[in-house]
Design a protein around this ligand. Structure first.
Ligand SMILES: Nc1ncnc2c1ncn2[C@@H]1O[C@H](COP(=O)(O)OP(=O)(O)O)[C@@H](O)[C@H]1O
Ligand SMILES: [Mg+2]
Length: 377
């Protein structure tokens, strides 16, 4: 199946990563120099795409790379096996080395090659075995990156996506254990990504926390509109669809340049044109695509609003902001509580401050969605 014109819903490949060229080179440079990095930002802004692209660029004769997505795991044992497999793949060339080792005796031919590839490791450091306890396996996993890099005279980049999930998977204590290993590693640079910004900032920025000052915290730049204009124009023109600046500027006003919202909007516009058999993108089609995009975002927005509903005043404050009220004069309630709600909304990157007492929605589509549903709150 040919890929979608505007990719959606997961990490995108290099040709569809709009802008980010400078940021990617900076990440690449820092990581290859051995610096560990932390990137926090809400979901759907392109963190995973960035990480996968940077390791794709770095993987080479001098560099090993490994990627572990913590959303996928529920127990310390699963997490340990994931780290071990991601590290060993650099040697074994297969993604599930631990499973292959376990099955080894049954499939002698492949196993012999695999054993040969891992023999020196087995002698010096042991192999991950079933008989290890959860904690033993965890410790093994945390030491493995450095052992492997050292043995093979490589530099290694280990990425943890959705790193804040460690706490859910293995408890707060696990953070301390991880740091105690990582901080003595000389051949490994770590890239930590997380979509729960509050937790990420605490883990890496709070003096009492295990990862305090372990990684350089970088802000993820937004995609500038010129880059979007170029990308969107190019994509539609490649399909021989004509469009003018006014139309693109409307698209970007509606999406606010938010990475996934913009992609989604363009995608829905494109399908509307296809279905109608029209080759000229007019404002009417922008509006049609917009309605469809908003509809398809509604489950995402509902989930977010549900989550906020359980967090004090934050949903009420957000609704007031959508209505355009001045939150301190326009809302009843204790100003400290309101301030706390505002801070939480900023922390979750739902709104951003634009001046004294002035805030705006990071996703204009969420604002519009709220306004349309406002009677419900
Ligand atoms: N730089 C970018 N250029 C274009 N689209 C992007 C970019 N970054 C993200 N996207 C869009 O956002 C979606 C989610 O990207 P992803 O990397 O999974 O984000 P995250 O890891 O922050 O949740 C992609 O499928 C794509 O539609
Ligand atoms: Mg992601």
């Amino acid at each position: 199946m040919p890929g979608r014109l505007f990719p959606l819903g997961g990490p995108v490949s290099e040709k569809d990563i709009v802008d980010r060229a400078e940021f990617l080179s900076s990440l690449e440079r820092r990581l290859t120099e051995g610096q560990s990095i932390m990137l926090a930002g809400p979901r759907r802004i392109g963190k995973t795409s960035l990480a996968l692209e940077v390791i794709r660029r770095i993987k080479s004769n001098e560099h090993y790379v490994a990627f572990v997505d913590l959303f996928r795991y529920n127990t310390k044992r699963e997490l340990s096996l994931a780290i071990i497999n991601a590290c060993l793949e650099n040697r074994s060339g297969i993604s599930k080395t631990t499973a292959a080792l376990k099955d080894g005796l049954k499939k002698i031919t492949g196993a012999a090659k695999l054993t040969a590839k891992l023999q020196d490791l087995e002698v010096a450091f042991g192999l991950p075995s079933e008989s290890k306890s959860d904690d033993e396996l965890f410790n093994y996993a945390l030491e493995l990156s450095e052992v492997l890099a050292q043995k093979d005279k490589k530099h290694m980049i280990l990425v943890f996506d959705e790193f804040q999930e460690v706490v859910r998977i293995a408890g707060e204590e696990a953070l301390k254990v991880m740091r105690s290993y990582f901080q003595v590693h000389q051949h490994v640079a770590y890239l930590f990504l997380g979509s729960k910004e509050g937790m990420m900032n605490t883990i890496f920025g709070d003096k009492r926390q295990a990862f305090y000052r372990f990684a350089t915290i970088l802000p993820i730049p937004s995609v500038p509109s010129e880059a979007w204009v170029e990308y969107i124009t190019g994509k539609f023109q490649a399909q021989t669809i004509t469009l003018n600046d006014r139309v693109i500027s409307e698209i970007l006003t509606l999406s606010g340049g938010h990475p996934q919202d913009t992609m989604l909007l363009c995608s829905e516009i494109y399908y509307s044109l296809l279905e109608a058999g029209v080759k000229n993108l007019s404002l009417d089609f922008v509006r049609l695509g917009y309605e469809r995009a908003l509809l398809s975002l509604s489950p995402v927005f509902d989930e977010l609003l549900d989550e906020l509903g359980s967090l004090g005043n934050s949903r009420r404050v957000l609704v007031s902001l959508a209505k355009g009220l001045h939150i301190y004069s326009g809302l009843s309630g204790n100003p400290n509580d309101i301030k706390r709600a505002v801070d939480l909304l900023i922390d979750k990157a739902i709104i951003e401050k634009t001046g004294r007492g002035a805030y705006q929605f990071v996703e204009p589509m969420l604002k519009d969605y709220l306004n349309r549903r406002i009677e419900g709150y």
